[in-house]
Design a protein around this ligand. Structure first.
Ligand SMILES: NC(=O)c1ccc[n+]([C@@H]2O[C@H](COP(=O)([O-])OP(=O)(O)OC[C@H]3O[C@@H](n4cnc5c(N)ncnc54)[C@H](O)[C@@H]3O)[C@@H](O)[C@H]2O)c1
Length: 315
């Protein structure tokens, strides 16, 4: 069994990677500063001693090196990042976390001879799609600072993989949602906000006409892509889309939440935000063929889990 360090391990995707690595019998070290992660996402594993926690900021090489030297991980999954809205609000912090932080992780992977590194890039690198479905060959046409940091991450990974032999697999995640997410993911935060508001008979805000589409993947599926890639010796130094290839519009998400809650929403329509791309729809041929990955959780199942979780915590 192996030792795996997961940055952002208390977050939306990272906490599912933690679950799945522990289920497989691996030792897990979670490195998180709780900027957006939640202790309750991982508390069961910390209490049982199945995972260890290092509360560090990846923007500091001193802290990153400390965690690597202390735990000597063999594999690393790097999910820590500032999300899209906070990257706009705090651009220097975004550079610190997403670019310097990523470089710190790559450098430590090199220094400590890590076997494989997986990490989170984003479909934001593509910007507004020029063609659908979006393949990995789609040009980078990003329009946000967040997307710029993801492009920088990819370039850093690629350069260090070749010059310093750090084998990696990067994932261009489309819209990854789960009941464990905090706010900050621009697109998928509608789940949390709308379920909460509709349940409490409050008005919801719809950006634009609701025709914008998302390509929704439950975080447990996105986590499985990471676990598959970590332990597959035949796949390295590649980037893969993580999506479903299916579009779901904001209007469809709203109808699903209404149906599952058995309530009708009162909707306030406002102008669409310039951050919002009109369509998200991935091609997942590459990841299917090379990693044997396909998402299994349907949007209906994922939304139901979300609602059950929020209601259990009394919303
Ligand atoms: N959720 C999505 O739809 C989506 C889409 C595209 C890309 N991504 C990428 O996937 C990765 C994981 O996203 P997520 O949805 O789990 O987000 P998340 O915010 O739930 O998880 C990120 C985690 O990183 C931690 N973190 C932030 N700054 C840190 C720092 N300086 N040092 C240590 N820890 C820090 C947060 O506390 C959090 O636990 C990120 O790289 C994100 O950019 C997510």
């Amino acid at each position: 069994m192996s030792k795996i360090l997961i940055t952002g391990g208390a977050g939306n995707i990272g906490s599912f990677i933690t679950d799945q690595c522990i289920e497989l019998g691996h030792d897990v070290i979670i490195a998180d500063n709780f900027y957006n992660g939640k202790y309750k996402n991982i508390s069961n594993h910390i209490d049982s001693g199945k995972a260890l926690l290092e509360t560090i900021d990846i923007g500091s090489y001193e802290m990153v090196r400390y965690a690597f030297e202390k735990h000597r991980p063999e594999y690393v999954s790097h999910q820590a990042s500032l999300m899209i809205l906070d990257s706009d609000k705090f651009p220097h912090k975004a550079i610190d976390t997403n670019i310097t932080g990523t470089f710190n992780i790559i450098q430590a992977c090199h220094e400590f001879g890590i076997k494989k590194l997986t990490y989170g890039s984003s479909a934001s690198v593509y910007g507004n799609p020029r063609f659908i479905p979006v393949t990995e060959e789609h040009p980078f046409d990003n329009q946000t600072l967040y997307g710029a940091t993801k492009i920088a991450k990819e370039a850093l990974m690629q350069s260090w993989a070749y010059s310093h032999n750090v084998p990696y697999v990067g994932f261009r995640y489309f819209n990854i949602y789960s009941e464990r997410q905090g706010l900050g993911a621009f697109y998928t935060q509608v789940f949390q906000k709308w379920i909460h508001a509709i349940y409490n008979d409050q008005e919801i805000t719809m950006y634009g006409d609701g025709g914008q589409t998302l390509d929704l993947v439950h975080s447990s599926d996105a986590a499985r892509a990471n676990v598959l890639a970590l332990f597959n010796d035949n796949v390295k130094n590649e980037h893969f889309n993580v999506g479903t290839g299916k579009e779901t519009s904001l209007k469809e998400i709203l109808s699903l939440i209404e149906k599952l809650l058995g309530k009708k929403a009162s909707v306030k329509y406002v102008d669409s935000d310039p951050h919002l791309v009109r369509r998200r729809c991935s091609s997942i041929e590459k990841i299917k063929t090379q990693l044997g990955f396909e998402p299994v959780v349907t949007v209906e199942e994922g939304t139901k889990k979300y609602i059950d979780h929020l209601i259990k915590g009394k919303i």
